[in-house]
Ligand binder design. Sequence first.
Ligand SMILES: Cc1ncc(COP(=O)(O)O)c(C=O)c1O
Length: 374
Amino acid sequence: MDQSKGNNYKQEDIKSSNFYHGGNIYAKAKKLNLPTSEIIDSSASLVPFDPPQILLDSLTSEIQNLGFRYYPDRNLTKLKAIIGEFHKINPDNILPGNGASELITWAGYEASKFGISYIPSPGFVDYERSLNCWNANFIHLELPKEWSGIFPQCFPLKQNGDVIWITNPHNPTGQLWKKKSLEPILEKYKLVICDEAFLSLTPNGEKESLIPLTKKYDNLLVLRSLTKLFNIPGIRLGYVIGCYKKLSQWQIKRDPWPLNSFAIQAGIEILSNKSFYEQWIMKIHNWINTEKQLVYDELSKVDSLKIHKSSTNFFLIENKFSLTPNIKYLESKGILIRECSSFRFLNEKWARISLQSPKNNKLLCREIQNSFKK
Ligand SMILES: Cc1ncc(COP(=O)(O)O)c(C=O)c1O
């Protein structure tokens, strides 16, 4: 266990607002003197397909019909109704946000009221940022560094406490947790925050969602993001599902218009069209199932590398030696992977890789293999 208060970011990362996220494509493009379009960004875990045409058409008509003339609907009534219909949840229990990231900030506000937060680690770095915003205490709980390749699996931590932040599937390990193993945790903590940003992407993932349990447990908040699934990080769209009393407090305190009109329209369009959504999901799951195995087989040919099994579109690799020279070599070829020394309990022998298009995965694997020949 490792208790922290205050941040442990390096000064230069704070200055450049990188905060150890992947996907720093503009900064990297400048550093490498390359246009962003020539970079293979395997450090951010987005699907490699263009956003759906129905979304582009809908946003174009939004510009043509309304332009930028009105303030967006502050109550987000239509979007909440569509999300409610999608998940069979009362719209009063839904709050859309400017990406899941904005809602992580508010989840930190909620967590700060209940006491110490437990962060299973290595874990998504943004939870620390959020807790630091509210001057809240947190403890890192170390996750085992070995796991099977069979998913879903049982959540391995058994402690009680005030607040726990669960990520399902877990970032950066890609482990999918069994809903059955998460439900007892709701009895052990005053507040459970479950981040399902990657769940819809993950083959067989949706069955493990805790969203239905929000009807039974007032101490549960479930976060969702549309960023990864539709490759729309620039739109900024996510939502949280949970207790009305909590969410209405956030609504009172937050900015008046956190979602712009296009994010609202994007959510309405994507989530109201069920048959489109199901087709899209099928395409994504097929891509993950096929490419994950191919990339695993290719990278397993490198003797010193261990490829950790994942349920989703990103996975960890672990080398016998530092991966820093390999990461530098890849950067010189315009390929970014996520170095992991900034993750608690990992070091420079670890990196996270996100699946790309079939063509780019071949290139990625070839260059990773080449980087070991240097
Ligand atoms: C686990 C996890 N949750 C949430 C987010 C943020 O998603 P959004 O783009 O919706 O803010 C990320 C982004 O990397 C993530 O990895």
